[in-house]
Structure formats: C-alpha cells, structure tokens
Design a protein around this ligand. Structure first.
Ligand code: AMP
Ligand code: ZN
Length: 469
C-alpha cells in the first residue's frame, strides 16, 4: 500500500523492516475522562489501517499504552496533572479513575468495532523499564539532572525537529499555553524524563528511583512500552496530529538516543475532528461521547461510517445534519444487504477481481471513502447474490460496519427497500403534519407505523425508526 509518512512528508510505499511483518504502536488514551468522538476518530482510522494491513496479508502486532501517569495539561511539562484533575473532579483515587475510564474506553471501542490491540499496557506497569531507559540516557549523556528533575537534552540530537518540519520558535509558541518557564532546562525544547521535584504537593502516584521519589514524564512511557513489546525497530507509529509535537518528536529523540540507531520508519497521523469552535478536546469538558450519540438514538457504527466517508488527513467537522445523512445511508445499505439471498455458488474469480479493486481503493493512502464507493459499486456489480455476500463479508473485515451481523439481526423481509421507502415517506408526512400543527394527523401516522411494528424515536436531530417485531 502507499501511505503518507509524516517523517518524509511524502506518500510512499509502506515497507516494513521485515517482509510480511508489521510492528505497530499506537498512543493510547489518557484515562482521566471519557474518550470523545474526536479521540475515537483517530482510533477508528488506526483500526482500519491495522485491519487493512492484515487484509493485505501482513502479520501485524499492535501495541497500545494507557496513559495513567505523567501527562500534564500542557504537553510541554507545564500545567495541571491530568490524572489528578480527574481524581479531584470525581473525588476518587487516581487508580480508580484510571480503571474506570480504561474500561469505558474499551467499551466505546467495542461499540465502534475497534479491535483491541494485541498488547495493552498501562504506564504504571512499566516504572522499572522507564527508570532503566532514563539511566541509559544519563549514561550516554543525552540526559541531565537539574533542579532535582531529569531532563532530556534535545541539543544532543542531530535532527530534533525532523518529524515536524518546523523550527523551534514556531513550535514552542503553539505548545506553551501558560507563561511559566522552567529555568532548569538547558534548551527551551528539553523535556522532563523524571520528576522528583513535583509542583503537585498531593501527587498520588510516586515511585522510588535512583534520583529520589517521583514519577515519570509522559513521553518516556511510549518509547519504553514500544521497546518492551516490539523491540528496537518499529515499522509504524500512530496518533492524532496533536501528538506530532512535542510527544512523537520526543519519542524519536529518546528512542534513537537509547538504541543508537534509527527507530520508527513510518509515522501515521490522523487530523482532528472539530466542532464549530475548533478542535474537540477533553480539557474543554463539554464534548461528545459515544454514549451521548447512543442516547440521541444513533447506532455507534453510523459514527464509524461518518469517519470512513472522509479522508484521515483532512480535518473533519462534526455536524448532526451530516450524521443524519450517514444514518439514512447506513440504514439503506443494511437494507440492501439484507435483501441479498444466500443462494447459488460463490464465483471465486469475481471475488478475487473485486478484492483487488478494494485493495486498490483503500491501499491508496488509506482512502476509506473510495473503499465505501468500492462496496457500493460491488453491490451493483454483475454477479449473483452469494458472491456479493461473500464480498460484503470480506470488505467488512476492514470497514467493520457490522454489515453481516446487521443482516442476521432481523428477518430479511423487515427491511426490504419498499418498506424503507414507505417508512421514510411516512416520517416526512408526519414532519409536515407537525409543522402544520396537525398533531392528530401526526399521532395517527405514528400509530399506523406502530401497528406494523415500527417504533419512531424523535430526537433533536430528527426522527429515527426501529423495527421491533
Ligand atoms: P489523549 O487521550 O488526549 O491522549 O488522546 C488520545 C488520542 O486522540 C491521541 O492520538 C490524540 O492525538 C487524539 N485526539 C485528540 N483530540 C482529537 C481530535 N479532536 N480529533 C482526532 N483525534 C484527536
Ligand atoms: Zn504516546
């Protein structure tokens, strides 16, 4: 496949170190709050990438950390400790918060058909590994002690800004969201590997270390957890674009200094999901979650499809209008697939031909919207239903829109095209009646549909329906 690489700033052939094998690392969530649907956009696109690589025949090992320590509210080592903030907000311990939101994260992932990575490792499991890596960095003179903290010296790295392609001044302006300056740092871009002199008096989680009792910086955890499970060479590293600087830039500096050679070949970054006011972010407090979408009557897989319709390298603005259109498209798609009869022989030649079309579409810099178009084209293709069904199942290994399980959920006749059109017409009629304040007519339509086993749900974003018998 060809894939954009943030490091080379080019779309290039994806070539792992070892033929046929992909060592893939993903930055996991900071578990002080629910994941918002912006975070989940990144995880959905990373999930499709992983599944596509498997589909294309690679043996993938994917590792994810869970950030349960060390992440301050500014990525540049300043501001509040995010985990403490969550614990204070909910009057719980940091570990309780971490456990609760880790479970909540994986529940959301399950609803979105995001596969659990092969290895999931909380940062607090790996304190010994962090200490070891920091000791080596000190020995190799890439790190120094100042003001009782241990810092990484970025001036020792040949091309510290390679991943970002920007200069120091430009970057530091964006990152520093307060005026506080750490005078211990030799260079502005140096970062903390280990805090012993914490400004948080009530820091809950602390560990003994050769430099005194303290806790690790955020960046060291990903370098260590990747090394622990994937070794010295990484093929693919993923995250949202906000991770490029300083987090991933610092990971490269630490890992390459530690190993003494180049580390990760390919960097994959997902652009942000935005709201009208800008980037959706957890720290703003007011953000959209999967549960909220469910409460509004949306199937989480509709949100997955919403993400797949757009390219991962383009910012995506969330809107309920667009989500409604996707919900309708999803319903139609499922109805269409339900109408396919599992009869006849699967035409293997056609399957191969259409598999290749799908690989060509998605393999072009993870073009998931072309992947969806390939699915629609295939459904229109000149072949029998059994072949189409085999291909739906096959494409859904990557798209993971639950297309086959949706087919099995209800009897096929409940979702024929005619019925769907009839329900949609009735919903439109009812909307018009309500607008004309003819509530009796609107109620009559609801009752008429209910007799046919169709329940209507009015949501702020429009009327949704469900077949209950
Ligand atoms: P966090 O839990 O803040 O560490 O973030 C988890 C993942 O979500 C990281 O890969 C971030 O880069 C990514 N992320 C954060 N905000 C957004 C957003 N608005 N849209 C897409 N991805 C995001
Ligand atoms: Zn990370």
């Amino acid at each position: 496949m060809v894939l954009y690489n943030t490091l080379s700033k080019k779309i290039e052939e994806f070539v792992p170190y070892e033929e046929g094998k992909v060592r893939m690392y993903t930055c996991g969530p900071t578990v002080y709050h629910f994941a918002h649907i912006g975070n989940l956009r990144s995880y959905i696109m990373e999930d499709v990438l992983e599944k596509f690589l498997r589909y294309a025949g690679y043996d993938v090992t994917r590792v994810m950390n869970i950030t349960d320590v060390g992440h301050l509210s500014s990525d540049a080592d300043t501001g509040e400790d995010k985990m403490l903030k969550g614990a204070k907000r909910e009057k719980k311990t940091v570990m309780e918060i971490a456990q609760f939101y880790t479970e909540a994260f994986f529940k959301d992932c399950e609803k979105l058909n995001i596969k659990r990575p092969d290895v999931v490792e909380p940062a607090t499991n790996c304190i010994d590994e962090f200490i070891h890596m920091i000791e080596v960095l000190l020995e190799k003179d890439y790190a120094y002690k100042a003001g009782e903290n241990i810092y990484f010296d970025t001036s020792k790295v040949a091309d510290y800004y390679a991943l970002t392609g920007h200069n120091e001044e430009e970057l530091m302006v964006g990152v520093r969201d307060d005026v506080e300056e750490d005078t211990n740092k030799r260079n502005k871009s140096d970062f903390v590997l280990w805090f012993t002199k914490s400004k948080f008096e009530n820091q809950e989680l602390k560990w003994d270390s050769p430099w005194g009792v303290g806790y690790p910086g955020w960046h060291i955890e990903c370098s260590c957890i990747a090394a622990k499970h994937l070794g010295e060479y990484l093929d693919l590293h993923c995250g949202g674009v906000d991770n490029i600087f300083p987090h991933h830039t610092n990971e490269i500096a630490q890992s390459e200094a530690f190993f003494g050679h180049g580390w990760c070949k390919h960097w994959f970054h997902v652009q942000h999901l935005n709201e009208k006011g800008g980037k959706m972010s957890k720290s703003k407090g007011d953000f959209l979650t999967v549960s909220l979408l469910e409460q509004k009557g949306y199937n989480p897989l509709v949100y997955r499809m919403f993400c797949l319709q757009s390219h991962y390298r383009k910012p995506l603005e969330f809107s309920y209008d667009v989500l409604d259109n996707v919900a309708a498209a999803y319903q139609k798609l499922v109805a269409r697939i339900k109408n396919l009869k599992a009869e006849g022989e699967v035409d293997r030649t056609k399957v191969e031909e259409y598999r290749q079309k799908f690989i060509d579409a998605v393999g072009n810099d993870l073009n998931t919207s072309s992947g969806l178009t390939a699915l629609y084209d295939m459904l229109k293709g000149d072949m029998n239903d059994a072949t189409k069904l085999a291909l739906v199942e096959d494409y859904d290994l990557v798209l993971s829109l639950g297309l086959m399980s949706a087919r099995e959920e209800a009897p096929a006749e409940a979702h024929d095209d005619e019925l769907v059109s009839y329900i949609e017409a009735k919903i439109a009629e009812r909307k018009a009646a309500k607008k004309a304040k003819d509530f009796a007519a609107a109620d009559a339509i609801r009752a008429e549909l209910l007799e046919k086993g169709i329940v209507l749900k009015d949501t702020r974003e429009g009327t949704l329906w469900e077949k209950v018998q």
